[in-house]
Write a protein that binds this ligand. Sequence first.
Ligand SMILES: C[S@@+](CC[C@H](N)C(=O)[O-])C[C@H]1O[C@@H](n2cnc3c(N)ncnc32)[C@H](O)[C@@H]1O
Length: 297
Amino acid sequence: MPEETPVVERKLSKNELQKLQSESYAKRQAYREKQEATRKSLKHVRIEESDVQSDVELPRKRFYRQRAHSNPFSDHQLEYPRSPDDMDWSRLYPYYHDEATGEMTKRVEIADIGCGFGGLMVDLSPEFKDKLILGMEIRVQVTHYVEDRIIALRQKHLDTNGYQNINVLRGNAMKFLPNFFHQSQLEKMFFCFPDPHFKQRKHKARIITNTLLSEYAFVLKEGGIIYTITDVLDLHNWMVKHLDEHPLFERCGEEWEANDKCVEIMTNATEEGQKVTRNKGSKYVKCYRRLPNPKSL
Ligand SMILES: C[S@@+](CC[C@H](N)C(=O)[O-])C[C@H]1O[C@@H](n2cnc3c(N)ncnc32)[C@H](O)[C@@H]1O
């Protein structure tokens, strides 16, 4: 047996560490610039055969890292339409834009709120081929990752027009949802592993509150579904409490949840959910149906 060379571990000097850090910074910048160029040219257009390079690669998450939390109350200098009619959906779903009439042939019916790295949309896309699905995400780099992922998937699946029905929007779902969607437009809204905001004084930043539920009820159609999943029991109880108390929602029930395709998908598809599986954590699911508006007296 050849003798193994012993691995000598030594601490890096300050200079070596700085050199390594600046090399990895330069690498990340170069990667981001290349991706940005592709994104700029292909984000809003119908991708043609001639746009597809032979070496299309899915984006690498490590180049898009960003702080885990973003303050939903701060001014993120976001762009949003004055009303849903001012929204140009053709830029997100060019495949569903009829050039002859200038109209969209479909509208968004499924929303993934705080979509993170987009895993849920990617898995929902082939299941709901005839529906437009939108992810809303507040973090810039994470949104860029999802945009680049969708561009790459569209290129890879050009022959079947795959993944034309999903896209992502950088936005704050706690502030501007009714600017994007008409009343009763949505059929499903997903809240997958939302930020837990553990401290009591931060609870107001949670994505499910009484006020926000009324906004969600406004954009959801009668019979539409709110899907929730989290690994944080306290947050689960919070969401259940607020949804139970809201007059426009009722529980779908465990039997319904056990038979629903989307529950199965959201339990396994999202990046956060996969992390919970790897760490052998628990996942708490609850779904609610949008009730009809009460008849006015
Ligand atoms: C813990 S991650 C979960 C991501 C994804 N749903 C998953 O399961 O992998 C929560 C995500 O919601 C986003 N987010 C938080 N508040 C938001 C808001 N007000 N509007 C849009 N996105 C938000 C965060 O940036 C983060 O990416």
